[in-house]
Design a protein around this ligand. Sequence first.
Ligand SMILES: C[S@@+](CC[C@H](N)C(=O)[O-])C[C@H]1O[C@@H](n2cnc3c(N)ncnc32)[C@H](O)[C@@H]1O
Length: 207
Amino acid sequence: MKIQTNPWDDIFKQRGKVFNNPHPDMPGIVKLLKERQAKIVLDLGNGTGRHSVYLAKNGFTVFGLDSSPEAVQATQKWLSEEGLTADLKLGNMTEGLPYQDGFFDAVVSVQVINHGDSATVQRIAEEITRILKPGGLLFVTVATVKNQAKTWEQIEPNTYMPLDGQEKGLVHHFFTAEELKKVFSGFSVTNIHLDESMHYCLTALKK
Ligand SMILES: C[S@@+](CC[C@H](N)C(=O)[O-])C[C@H]1O[C@@H](n2cnc3c(N)ncnc32)[C@H](O)[C@@H]1O
């Protein structure tokens, strides 16, 4: 599988974990998952593992996919240190998700699926929809505003590439709430709100 250049690999190499604590919505998401008797969860774009570890600790069967080798290695290390396991894969979400239809009870993806233009984002959303069971839960957070870099090149409406900073060269799509709901039109939205880092957080159930 061809892995595109992903600046996050260098960021994790240079800065280590970067994200240490789970997203503030995660305790609520875990409560919902337990109420719904969810078992199998994908951490899409697992990074260095804060959500994979949190979910595994809470008793879920965790799968993870990330295109950064450093991220996959760091997540594996963190899980091992905690005596936990997960099925981690190195893979590029823009090339399809390597799982069967309806395999997952839930998909969690924090600050990941906005890495691409609008057509790419649409394809990833279709893949997430495909691999979730009917009634499966989605928790996704996406960027809404440009941050970090000083200079951005516009690729298309609401899609920009940073020309400097740590994420240089990595295309970002910035969402409106309406667009996020439209991209996941196969879902019933249970909650949508902005978090402290200006990412929209969507909780939704597959119809
Ligand atoms: C901002 S970090 C978030 C990491 C993690 N979700 C968290 O919340 O700690 C973005 C992650 O998305 C991953 N990523 C970016 N593009 C990707 C792609 N095309 N396929 C898979 N993972 C990707 C990066 O390697 C990185 O781990």
